[in-house]
Design a protein around this ligand. Structure first.
Ligand SMILES: C[S@@+](CC[C@H](N)C(=O)[O-])C[C@H]1O[C@@H](n2cnc3c(N)ncnc32)[C@H](O)[C@@H]1O
Length: 353
């Protein structure tokens, strides 16, 4: 490649990166307008005029959004007698999956002003210290959520949609992690979506969905699932095994060790296990299509939490050992997260901080 071409390539890469917010927010705009849903309901290819007339407030500017989203492979397009007809793609299929099992609520959450505001403090916090979320919102994430009901509903819906996607992969590829269990506590289980899926697929398990009292008070009833409110740093209901999805990545190593020690206390002495579902970073080896998003989530955790992070395999092993789980097996999934099955040290007494 000529130096001039290299220069132009570099400039093009700069613009792609600097304008990447347009990708994310155009996707959110699509979800708000419900265009993928309109195309799905009408079936097959749908003309621009049909899409526009189905919108609550039809606008000719929609064609500009559709042109951009075709470029980003959110929609396909075909020209018929001079008119554009749009269809779904493998990407937009994830926005309209049946039974609320799609990722649309995740797009609404990740593009929400509450999530984006801390980014304006990232460089300041990296050079001077401090937490981006606290600089933007004057308190930590879960405290902020406790009296922002609109946002917390959006957050819980997004978590539930992500949970359904991961649980589908987990239950189809590694259902055996739940074999032999009669009880399971989902620590930080939100409104109970993940546990409901687990108990439906494993009716021999009685489930305890454990989360902050404000969160479980909004949870729907699910057969076989008992909702319990509390604080995982103080005590966790006892069960044969603990399940934690997207919990430990919210916390610093010191806080994770406190949570893991409470988990050990909740398990039968020297037995049971923790089933952890979280991102496992493999910066060098990860060649999957999820690799960059896994690292992006590490940055998201930096902006939202006070010490949370995505961890490498080595960091997980060290952390779990410190929390009293010295043996673990890791199973990758075709999603952002992997399963980490961790076993408590049989002889060591649990020393709580
Ligand atoms: C990132 S969300 C994950 C929710 C769910 N596990 C999932 O993946 O869909 C973290 C959850 O931890 C809960 N949480 C935060 N602090 C907690 C605490 N001290 N005790 C119990 N749950 C807590 C939050 O309310 C929230 O539901």
């Amino acid at each position: 490649m000529e130096l001039q071409d290299e220069d132009a390539e570099g400039q093009a890469e700069f613009w792609q990166l600097a304008l990447a917010f347009v990708d994310s927010l155009a996707l959110k705009c699509e979800v708000e307008l419900g265009i993928a849903r309109i195309i799905q309901e009408k079936g097959g290819l749908v003309s621009l005029s049909e899409i526009v007339s189905s919108l609550q407030a039809p606008s000719s500017d929609t064609s500009r959004l559709m042109r951009f989203l075709v470029k980003k492979r959110v929609f396909s397009v075909e020209l018929k007698q001079g008119e554009a007809y749009y269809g779904l793609t493998r990407l937009s299929n994830w926005l309209v999956r049946p039974g609320e099992s799609g990722l649309a609520p995740m797009s609404l959450l990740l593009g929400h002003p509450t999530i984006l505001a801390p980014w304006h403090y990232v460089s300041k916090c990296m050079s001077e210290g401090g937490k981006p979320f606290e600089k933007a919102h004057h308190r930590d994430f879960f405290d902020h959520n406790s009296d922002n009901l609109g946002f917390v509903h959006l957050f819980n819906d997004a978590m539930a949609s992500g949970a359904r996607v991961v649980l589908e992969a987990l239950l189809s590829e590694h259902k055996s992690v739940f074999s032999g269990l009669t009880s399971l506590v989902d620590v930080g289980g939100g409104t109970g979506t993940a546990l409901n899926e687990i108990v439906k697929a494993n009716p021999h398990i009685s489930g305890i969905n454990f989360d902050l009292p404000d969160v479980v008070s909004t949870a729907p009833n699910y057969p076989g699932v008992l909702h319990v409110g509390g604080d995982m740093f103080s005590s966790i209901p006892t069960a044969d095994a603990v399940f934690m999805k997207s919990i430990l990545h919210d916390w610093s190593d010191t806080d994770c060790v406190k949570i893991l020690k409470q988990c050990r206390k909740a398990l039968p002495k020297g037995r049971g296990k923790a089933i952890i579902v979280d991102v496992v970073l493999r910066p060098e080896e990860d060649t999957s299509a999820f690799a960059a998003s896994r690292m992006a989530f590490d940055m998201v955790m930096f902006t939202l939490t006070s010490g949370g992070m995505e961890r490498t395999e080595e960091e997980w092993r060290v952390l779990l050992k410190e929390g009293g789980f010295s043996r673990c097996k890791i199973f990758p999934l075709p999603t952002l997260q992997s399963i980490i099955e961790a076993y408590p040290d049989p002889d060591e007494p649990v020393v709580l901080p």
